[in-house]
Design a protein around this ligand. Sequence first.
Ligand code: CTP
Ligand code: MG
Length: 335
Amino acid sequence: RIRRRELRSPHNLDSFGPCFFSIFKSLVPSEDEIVKQEQLLLSLRKLVKKEWPDAELHLYGSCANSFGVSNSDIDVCLAINDYEISKLDILLKLADILESSNLQNVQALTHARVPIVKMMDPVTGISCDICVNNLLALVNTKLLKDYAQIDQRLRQLAFIVKHWAKSRRVNETYQGTLSSYAYVLMCIHFLQTRKPAILPCLQGMEATCRVIANETECAYFDKVEKLKNFGARNKESITQLLWAFFHYWAYWHDYTNDVISVRTGRIISKQEKDWTRRIGNDRHLICIEDPFQVSHDLGRVVDKFSIKILREEFERAADILQYNSNPTVTLFEPY
Ligand code: CTP
Ligand code: MG
């Protein structure tokens, strides 16, 4: 493997800035779509209230963390304090309720790692996954949203990276590649470690919000309106960042020893996490620490075949941004 630390981004890359920016703009969901998402949420709330008056429905994932591209499914969490009935029974009951109203393709996936009910709303055309009491997902959704408000380059970078990952089919956890959530964490960490830094480490600052979610203490500084100028000393453009992001993952990241950690805003070692060998199905071939569930490696889905595909795709992207005369098209060519 050739290391190309000495390479710099080509000077003409910045001429593609406006084009990358318009790709970003085209991915942002329309006002109309957001209204439809809210409509669906309201009608789901009505259905749920009838059965469980004290339960709440919350949006999480990309429709609530500000990293949602247009035409995404929505992720919803049912927060319910009913200790009489098990989580799986709640899911099955929920599936019944949805089935008997006008929702389509209702399916309860009770054996998934995160059990959910899937369905499609024929009125808005939106598909939706509902989970039960996944409070950590609500907290990490807020963390991502808070980071996005600090510097607009994060959202731009993450939209383009997500679009690239979907086009190249490396955003499929059931195929051993990474979740959208993992890609956003990679972008946050990358911007935390630029010099000068573009993002702070919110969990390393004095905590202004503190919750216990699924037995895990979550605390961080969330007064992000005070951090609006945090990244101003760094003048890197979105194309320079995109170039550096892919070069980092293609040629600079130390896959053997390093873990990226948004929680600390630094690289930490596999050694200190005891992620040096395969345990069960966790292989730790690319290590991305979950900010709150610190024993979770979001790279655990990656196996010895998919790591190769992933790294080849990082290299392909890095090389396109280095040499290709038409990077805004070639980067996203369907796999
Ligand atoms: N999530 C999590 N742990 C994971 C994967 C996901 O907690 N290992 C939670 C996160 O709150 C994440 C949400 O589930 O925001 C949805 O995950 P994902 O589908 O990967 O991301 P989205 O942001 O919804 O992306 P997409 O636009 O592809 O739907
Ligand atoms: Mg989603």
